[in-house]
Design a protein around this ligand. Structure first.
Ligand code: SF4
Length: 583
């Protein structure tokens, strides 16, 4: 991976500037009905008190956009001047109203003006004509933004690209980037530069690749707009936190990102401590400047490829990354692991050897492993010891949490250069951290190497934490990075003013019924405006379709529309059963 620090320009958003040397800003979005002033203001205050630096509020129509003035006034009366952002989809008029009121407007280039026309293809002239239409439709908004000093986020989302872009680039990181850049070019033509860009996806690899592509292109073309990072529809609880950190952390470690939003299907104020933990350590620009270019690139940063390694027992050679844990025989009982989250190996610190774990006839089997471990902390160490590696050697790369992860990339780069094909397991000890901090930090750190296919296993250590918790966490990180699937995946939106049912409760009900369906992806989305597209590659979808009404999807196809909410969870179960996916 090429490590080129990306220094963005400063964009003014009210009195909280973003980009340049300013700290990475934290933001979130309200989930209340925008027209419910009391609820929206109270929630915004809870978010601000928790540390939210920009508050985004949905404005689905002109009425809601106008109402932002009331919310802003009420917040000011209570002493809060935190910049507000209007979230707009499919409604240029609402954007134009909001841009006169709030400090920033977010538009989605996939749906600002474009509606699906069902065209099979676009000729070059039709394509150019569409861009001209967009130019005319966005021109009033840009003029208002210039006049009022309002910033604009051009936010591409995987799954909600325009038909024109989909036909030309597909639903890909390149399509997401091109979609945003078409709008950027129009803004530049009008000499408007108060722009922030985002490339979001619920798939961590897609999100990382799209942002890397964007930075590459902007750098090549002499642009430097700030970047907003986020993993959409990350879900809730531990999995939602892991997925968010796994997507945002590696980009921040590479010097990409000026503001972040952690999207959890929970109350928005609960997103803020997670966001703070993710940015901690990256906010000192000096630390970010440690990033140095690796001369020999070891992997293509825009395509996932696993590093080719030798098979050593269950490790390497394209097998799923293994989970290894430390085992203190005097303290921990390995027979207590949850079914489905049993680590592959335990490291016995007394003998310095690995024990291999497997399940036979529902019984846990522990046996000695023939694997030989070589612990490497630096390139120098690798140079000294590499001649001693045998066909049974697995390398354990270690650094402490205060050291740069780029050192590990350099070591793997050296392995590739020297033609050493030993599998690599990354080990880090987090004994100084609380469970909450460990979850976020480990997700960010391990994802840094997993998303580029550079490692064959992960080993998280913490001397006071239960092996069971560490194992569950490790499998969660592998799942979030798409490296090893061991459970059901929920692609659940955080909800917003468009949501007309209690999504948090519903997600729990759906989880309760379906959490045994390993490998199945279930989308739980608040509205049908963005939901169907943005649940992207979900196998089944549960999408809000109006007050008390739900629509069920199989893939991208509507199967049942307008089901009463009270019956919808069971209808989803029936649908999964009907298609033979219930195990
Ligand atoms: S999918 Fe969820 S967060 Fe997105 S607009 Fe709809 S309700 Fe709001």
């Amino acid at each position: 991976m090429q490590n080129v620090k990306y220094i963005s320009r400063v964009v003014n958003i009210g009195d909280v500037p973003m980009g340049g040397d300013f700290p990475i800003r934290i933001q979130s979005m309200t989930t209340t009905n925008t027209l419910d002033t009391q609820a929206t203001v109270a929630q915004a205050i809870r978010m601000i008190e928790a540390g939210c630096e920009y508050v985004r509020i949905t404005a689905q129509g002109v009425k809601e956009a106008k109402h932002l003035a009331v919310i802003k006034k009420e917040l000011k009366k209570s002493g809060y001047t935190t910049p507000l952002i209007a979230d707009i989809h499919y409604n240029p008029k609402a954007a134009e109203v909001a841009a006169r009121i709030v400090e920033k407007v977010r538009i989605n280039p996939g749906n600002y003006t474009d509606r699906k026309k069902g065209k099979p293809s676009y000729s070059d002239s039709e394509y150019a004509q569409e861009i001209e239409i967009i130019r005319e439709k966005i021109r009033p908004l840009i003029n208002i933004c210039k006049q009022y000093g309002t910033a604009l986020r051009i936010g591409s989302n995987h799954g909600s690209l325009s038909e024109r872009i989909l036909l030309k680039y597909g639903d890909t990181p390149a399509g997401m980037m091109e979609s945003a850049l078409e709008f950027v070019q129009i803004c530049r033509d009008f000499d408007f530069h108060n722009i922030v860009l985002s490339m979001k996806a619920s798939n961590v690899k897609v999100m990382v690749q799209a942002n890397r592509l964007l930075v590459k292109r902007m750098t090549e073309e002499g642009m430097n707009y700030p970047i907003h990072l986020g993993v959409t529809e990350a879900g809730d609880a531990e999995d939602g936190r892991i997925k968010s950190a796994a997507g945002i952390g590696p980009l921040l470690a590479d010097g990409i990102g000026d503001t972040i939003r952690v999207s959890l299907t929970e109350d928005p104020e609960l997103e803020i401590p997670v966001a703070k933990e993710i940015v901690s350590g990256f906010n000192e620009r000096d630390k970010r400047c440690e990033i140095t270019r690796i001369e020999n690139e070891i992997s293509d940063p825009f395509i996932y490829n696993r590093r080719q390694t030798l098979p050593v027992d269950k490790v390497g050679n394209g097998q799923v990354p293994v989970v290894l844990l430390s085992w203190d025989i005097s303290k921990a009982n390995p027979y207590s692991f949850d079914k489905g989250f049993i680590p592959d190996y335990l490291f016995n610190s007394k003998t310095g050897r690995l024990q291999k774990l497997s399940v036979s006839n529902d019984e846990l089997v522990i046996e000695s492993s023939r694997i030989k471990l070589a612990f490497i902390e630096s390139e120098e160490e690798l140079e000294k010891t590499s001649t001693k590696f045998s066909g049974e050697t697995v390398l354990i790369l270690e650094t402490n949490p205060n050291k740069s992860l780029h050192e590990l990339r350099r070591i793997i780069n050296l392995l590739v250069k020297k033609g050493i094909n030993q599998p690599v397991i990354f080990h880090r000890d987090y004994s100084d951290l609380s469970e909450e901090k460990l979850l976020v930090q480990a997700s960010s750190d391990f994802s840094f190497l997993l998303i580029d296919g550079l490692i064959d296993g992960i080993w998280i250590s913490h001397n006071r934490m239960d092996m069971k918790i560490l194992s569950r966490m490790a499998f969660g990180i592998l799942q979030a990075t798409g490296s090893r699937i061991t459970k059901t995946e929920y692609i659940a939106c955080p909800s917003c003013g468009r949501t007309l049912f209690n999504i948090q409760e519903t997600l729990q009900k759906i989880k309760h019924r379906t959490s045994h369906l390993k490998g199945l992806k279930i989308g739980v989305m608040g509205c049908c405006v963005n939901g169907p597209g943005e649940m992207a590659d979900a196998h089944y979808g549960y999408v809000g379709a109006g007050k008390g009404k739900i629509t069920l999807y199989k893939g991208r196809q509507i199967i049942q529309a307008g089901i009463a909410e009270s019956e919808a969870v069971e209808a989803l179960v029936t649908l999964i059963k009907m298609h033979g996916d219930w195990k």
